[in-house]
Design a protein around this ligand. Sequence first.
Ligand SMILES: Nc1ncnc2c1ncn2[C@@H]1O[C@H](COP(=O)(O)OP(=O)(O)OP(=O)(O)O)[C@@H](O)[C@H]1O
Ligand SMILES: [Mg+2]
Length: 394
Amino acid sequence: MDPLRNPFAPGAGTPPPELSGRAALLQRAAMALGRVQNGKAEKGLVLVGLRGVGKTVLLNEIRRHADRLGLHTCLVEAHEAKSLPALLIPHLRRALLALDRMDAISTQVKRALRVLKSFMTGVRAKIGEVEITLDIDSEIGAADSGDLEADLPELMVAIGRAAAARNTALALFIDEIQYFSPNELSALIMAMHRTAQDGLPIILFAAGLPQLIGLFGNAKSYAERLFDFPAIGALDEHDAAAALTKPAAAEAVYFEASALGYIYEQSRGYPFFLQEWGYHVWNTAAVSPITLGDTKAATEIAMRRLDEGFFRVRFDRLTPREKKYLWAMAALGAGPHRSGDVAKRLAKKSSDFGPLRDGLIGKGMIYAPAHGDIAFTVPLFDQFMHRIMPHEVT
Ligand SMILES: Nc1ncnc2c1ncn2[C@@H]1O[C@H](COP(=O)(O)OP(=O)(O)OP(=O)(O)O)[C@@H](O)[C@H]1O
Ligand SMILES: [Mg+2]
């Protein structure tokens, strides 16, 4: 069918043509935003899920809703190479300058800008990577100790007061939050704890891989009372079908039931895979309705594309030892597995692989669903390993 009309959108953070199966979560987020805007206390939401389940898409959608409600929003994406202050400062600066432009002069907003300036001095002394300038005097002695766990809460309180003085709220969005260092995560949680205690209108929405639950707990035991951690996963068969049929129907294209069943079986309902299959089956089929035969032909293309892209880019970042370890995991099946069993397969003790496992968790390849267990963060990665074996891992 005409590729120009193909509605499907495999990608990273690409809005799907139909955001299927997430209505309850979006409603919950909308309620939280509405309450914070009304000056009510509300827990932040930390979306937890594997690669490609649609966390970024959800964060973006919630942010759009916050913007529509008239809240001030900042969205940052954490990554391995940049510190939390360096990521956050430009966004907080922009939000404060926007607050500063509203209505009459506000002493709270001016103060928050000065505190931000001194915060920048404190962290610049420490990490030397903050380039932004701010044309205001700093608030000497506020948030400038260079100790992030002391300074970030102080800064966020000043910003919360500024937002409250403007009768508005700030919604902070952080994607890939598992990449923050323990110290940064701890400072962030402490900052949200302080603003919650003071009843200030700041709310955090974050997303990341499953290991973040443990990271939050280790950073601060009260984290679980400040945030909810909704699990974002694969879609059930009904929602997976809707993700395919609704966008197609808008173009007067239909699926035979057997075709839908086959795609569900292959994709296991994972959103990214659904988009990938939808995209290729659309281009493969000559006419509507899309048949089982079309779907089987498209599956070959979709798999090849995934192997060359989605799976391959992750595999290529691994060292030979890491590849071998993941192969041992894949050889045991989809998982989760006991890390002792993986070690046994490699004729070693579990403790021999401690640093290697930590490295793989740091790279976002695996996580520990329970103590002593490990699993892939990339859905169906075990099958990919089987397809490329034995020639690539020896
Ligand atoms: N609810 C949904 N229904 C249908 N498709 C979806 C849904 N959510 C996301 N998608 C599609 O899935 C793909 C992956 O989405 P997204 O990038 O948000 O995932 P992610 O969880 O952030 O992945 P990662 O952990 O790799 O960052 C995109 O192509 C998106 O269009
Ligand atoms: Mg994402």
